[in-house]
Write a protein that binds this ligand. Structure first.
Ligand code: GAL
Ligand code: CA
Length: 346
């Protein structure tokens, strides 16, 4: 009886031993749980950037890499976003991608992340330099605001030189207005300044009629543009908008007021969102500047995987900036196609 028990025990032990060895040959997949929170779920560019991020992560999944993602929108409230970061960390995220509501106020989020040793990739809304030094596991992925303004300025210079009818009242000056993004955002004032400086340094005489803040938002831009039209009627020759949604809001305003083509200005945006590219294609916008969301998303995805699997050791550079490029009706169709292809499943 006793020896039978002994035999069973030996066999059981053997089976367990074999199981354990088998496991060693098949290491379990690396688990990457990414928590994303972004400032506002109504933002066209960010919705497309995050969807591209999801597609890229999907393509990186493998037997060795188990990637999951949880996304939260912060309804433009920093307090809500702070709570979301807490929730994401509690849910077991091992890396965070944060698009700050208030880019000057990341301390609470950084403290929470550091307490739990969860690295943060900030994106699109750049924290101030000193805050990026608060901890070594902070990164930023974005683009160079100055360059986007310069490229928008160059697009406008080309259009004005090519088409003298843009100066509708033929006074040798271009009467223009600006639609600006959120105050305090690195992409608002810097874009405007660089676009205007580029026009001036290329010898274009300008007369700034007015500007309005429309917070990146198409509906707000439409209503601000209606105000400016009622003030200046058909005097406006050029609209510089800090992004495509606001440029399109300006177009909407003229459409709503039934302006005919001979009385409407030329419009320039920045982003190259799907709606922006389509508007360049059908010439509602004279041009836009591509804010390279696919490569920004790819940089975030690679960085996230690297940070978790190599514990951040492979990365010394905290900043990744992707370049912008110009979009006119010459290349809008091919870019739209590329964007569509990159969204396809693997
Ligand atoms: C900018 C972009 C805007 C808006 C903003 C949000 O880079 O051009 O459309 O998305 O970021 O932070
Ligand atoms: Ca003029």
């Amino acid at each position: 009886m006793r020896s039978k028990r002994k035999k069973v025990a030996v066999i059981l032990f053997g089976v367990l031993f074999l199981c354990a060895c088998g496991k060693q040959h098949q290491p379990s997949a690396e688990k990457i749980h990414i928590g994303v929170t972004y400032y506002n779920q109504g933002d066209t560019f960010l919705n497309q950037l995050i969807s591209s991020f999801g597609n890229q992560l999907e393509k990186m999944k493998s037997d060795k890499l188990d990637i999951t993602m949880t996304i939260r929108g912060a309804s433009s409230s920093q307090r809500i976003q702070d709570d979301q970061v807490k929730e994401l960390i509690d849910a077991g995220c091992n890396v965070l991608c944060v698009n700050l509501v208030d880019r000057t106020d990341p301390s609470e989020i950084i403290d929470l992340a550091r307490e739990h040793d969860v690295p943060i990739i900030f994106f699109n809304r750049e924290p101030v330099a000193e805050d990026m030094l608060q901890w070594e596991k902070l990164y930023y992925v974005g683009a160079d605001a100055e360059q986007s303004g310069m490229l928008q300025g160059e697009l406008a210079v080309d259009a004005i030189l090519e088409n003298p009818r843009i100066d509708r009242n033929r006074d040798g000056k271009i009467q223009f207005v600006v639609l600006e993004g959120e105050p305090g955002h690195q992409d608002a004032i810097i874009r405007t300044e660089n676009a205007v400086d580029t026009l001036k340094s290329n010898g274009i005489e300008l007369e700034k009629l007015s500007y309005r803040i429309a917070n990146w938002n198409r509906a707000q831009a439409q209503s601000r543009m209606m105000q400016m039209i009622s003030q200046y009627q058909n005097k406006i020759e050029l609209v510089l908008a800090n992004n495509d949604d606001m440029a399109l809001g300006a177009v909407d305003a003229y459409q709503k007021l039934n302006y005919t083509e001979t009385d409407i200005p030329v419009f320039f945006g920045i982003d190259g969102t799907d709606v922006g590219l389509e508007a360049v294609l059908d010439k509602r916008l004279a041009g836009t500047v591509y804010n390279d969301k696919e490569n920004q998303a790819a940089a975030m995805a690679e960085l996230a995987v690297d940070i978790v699997s190599k514990n951040g050791k492979a990365r010394k550079d905290k900043y990744i900036y992707l370049p912008y490029f110009k979009v006119t009706d010459d290349n809008a169709a091919s870019i739209l196609k590329k964007v569509e292809m990159s969204g396809k499943k693997k």
